[in-house]
Design a protein around this ligand. Structure first.
Ligand code: HGA
Length: 610
């Protein structure tokens, strides 16, 4: 959600800011902009356009502007249309330039106050309020750092800002509360960005700012202040990510690459975490054994694809460990009353670890009586990881495609590890051993599943001119159907819904006719016969059925009934194996429809606003 990048250097920084924006574009791509301070004159230049980073580069031609101090932004609009005027940076009085990630919730009141004071707004954004207030204090004589610190006291909401002043041409002041921001450390140059991937071409040394921190950045100096304005030291960490971790390689889209990375990503997630048929408690961090011992039930909170992973885990927890488990979307969890039984472990799931709703749920949970919080997350330096008591990292590597793929399958892998560790504590050591054996089979089973791609690419042609699609599953495969429908709608814009197949006759069957493709996830499990009866209900109404079934299900294709054989795998890992064909289906339908697969309209990755 909005990408920020900034740099203070001796060299011209526009090329590295543009490269940073390109790497952050997964966070938002409505508009892009850059502001630089010219060497010598100290003048502020700003260029911004509606559209992509490529459009910004075109607008900057023939030469990139010069300047050793600059900030840049790629936007995912929350307040105001994605047009040129609402694009960041916002510049006030040719003096202060600001980029913002987040939402200033009290912007209406501040806007009125500033307007009464004579300020004329030029955009519809909440962000311009921040630029105007900072400039007001700065113009009244405060230096940029104090002006920012003072203005922050007025803001309610979430923000990361990076701010420039033509009057202090050597520095950037930046801050974070509720939105991510890292400081990058170079040799004689310093940077800020929304995440480390933006800066990997220029540094691997990072400081992860804490909530409420404000930083004043110059070429040779970094000064950090906490939320109360006290100078603080924050540790410098080295990122292990390779600079090319966010390149597409030979793939046409990041999503395609990430689908193919799943066997290796899951193998990484498992690496060093199971030995001799047991899950090593230490994999979940210091003190994990004791906290898992105390766990009598699980509450899982997540959003989107991660929520679907949580839904799968609910079946696993109750079936394999015998532990009660509830799952809820974070945006609802935050705003209701709770009764938390003793011994409840809160499990939060987020790919980025910066998902605003999940972070808020975690903070809310601190007041509610959960004895501990376990995070399943893909980003070691994220807020979620820092704030949770225990963490199980998914180690999927950067996921750039907005539609999540490898994050989902690695989250499922991590969740099954947790369930296996809990099963032992519930007196089911044999169950743990079986789950570990199944877990170790995932990478090879995923490889076999990827071999279905040519068949699925051909199948995609039958969906390309459809307006709607239904996805059906039962039991633990119902969330898999939900995930398949979500993938299709996100990237192909075909309206897709998922139902537990038994619900069909209670409503959605009314939608079924010859135009309606119905996708069924049909593994060989106890519910197969029930599912087949549900599919007959579809067939009797002329619906076109596409049934993804592992070999053992022994279904036969006939007429309007197409069977796509999925490789056999142990029942415990079947949800992962049945997910991959649905990812491939969504991908190929989107490619055929010519959508922007990695950057679907209206969406962005890492949802750092509420
Ligand atoms: N509210 C600002 C920034 C949006 C944002 O951070 N999105 O994630 C705007 O609408 O420009």
């Amino acid at each position: 959600m909005c990408g920020i990048v900034g740099a203070c250097a001796q060299r011209d920084v526009a090329p590295l800011l543009i490269e940073g924006l390109r790497r952050l574009e997964y966070r938002g791509y409505d508009s892009a902009g850059i502001a630089l301070i010219k060497r010598g004159s100290g003048a502020l230049t700003r260029t911004r356009v509606a559209g992509r980073v490529l459009d910004l580069v075109a607008a900057l031609q023939p030469d990139l502007p010069e300047g050793g101090v600059g900030i840049a932004h790629t936007r995912w609009a929350t307040h105001g249309l994605p047009n040129d005027l609402n694009a960041h940076p916002h510049v006030v009085a040719d003096e202060v330039a600001l980029v913002h990630n987040g939402i200033i919730e009290n912007h209406h009141a501040l806007r009125e106050e500033l307007t009464e004071g004579g300020y004329q707004f030029t955009s519809e954004t909440d962000s311009e309020v921040a630029a105007a207030l900072i400039q007001r204090y700065h113009a009244a004589g405060e230096d940029l750092l104090s002006a920012v610190q003072r203005a922050l006291k007025s803001f309610v909401g979430a923000y990361a800002f990076a701010v420039l002043s033509a009057r202090e041409p050597e520095r950037i002041v930046a801050c974070r509360r509720g939105s991510p921001l890292v400081v990058g450390i170079g040799i004689g140059e310093h940077f800020v960005a929304s995440d480390v991937t933006a800066l990997l071409p220029v540094t691997r040394q990072f400081i992860f700012l804490e909530e409420g921190d404000v930083v004043a950045l110059e070429r040779e100096r970094i000064a950090i202040y906490d939320a109360d304005g006290r100078p603080v030291e924050r540790p410098v960490r080295t990122s292990e990510l390779a600079p090319d971790a966010v390149e597409r390689g030979g793939y046409r889209h990041f999503m395609h690459k990430e689908i193919y990375e799943q066997p290796a990503a899951v193998a990484e997630t498992l690496e060093g975490r199971c030995v001799g048929g047991r899950v090593l408690d230490a994999a979940l961090g210091n003190g994990a054994a004791e906290l898992l011992d105390r766990t009598e039930r699980l509450h899982i909170v997540a959003c989107g694809t991660s929520y679907h992973a949580g839904m799968v885990a609910r079946y696993w927890s109750e079936h394999y460990a015998g532990l009660p488990c509830e799952v809820e979307v974070a945006s609802e969890f935050r705003y209701r009353s709770h009764v938390v039984p003793p011994g409840t472990l809160l499990l939060v799931i987020s790919q980025s670890g910066e998902t605003a709703d999940v972070l808020a749920a975690l903070r809310e949970a601190r007041q509610l009586g959960y004895f501990a919080v376990l995070a399943i997350c893909n980003v070691p330096e994220s807020s979620l990881v820092r704030e949770a008591d225990l963490t199980l990292l998914t180690r999927a590597g950067p996921e750039i495609g907005v539609a999540s793929t490898k994050a989902f399958t690695t989250q499922l892998t991590a969740l099954l590890l947790v369930v296996a560790a809990l099963a032992r504590r519930c007196g089911r050591a044999q169950q743990e051993a079986e789950l570990v054996a199944a877990l170790l089979k995932i990478p090879a089973a995923l490889e076999r599943t990827l071999a279905l791609e040519p068949q699925i690419a051909a199948l995609a042609e039958r969906f390309v001119d459809r307006q709607h699609a239904l996805f059906l599953g039962r039991g633990v495969h119902y969330p898999v159907a939900l995930e398949g429908a979500l993938k299709l709608k996100e990237i192909s814009y075909i309206h897709a819904e998922a139902y537990p197949a038994g619900e069909l006759k209670h409503g959605p069957l009314a939608l079924v006719d010859e135009q309606m493709p119905v996708v069924a996830v049909a593994p060989h499990d106890d519910l197969l016969d029930k599912l087949l009866s549900n599919l007959e209900e579809v067939r009797a109404r002329g619906g076109q059925l596409y049934v993804f079934a592992d070999g053992a299900a022994q279904l036969r294709a006939q007429g309007r009934y197409t069977v796509i054989p999925v490789p056999d795998a142990p029942a415990a890992i079947s949800p992962l194996i049945h997910t991959v064909p649905l990812q491939l289906l969504a991908y190929h339908v989107a490619v055929l429809r010519g959508t922007d697969v990695d950057k679907p309209r209206n969406l962005a990755k890492s949802v750092t606003v509420e």
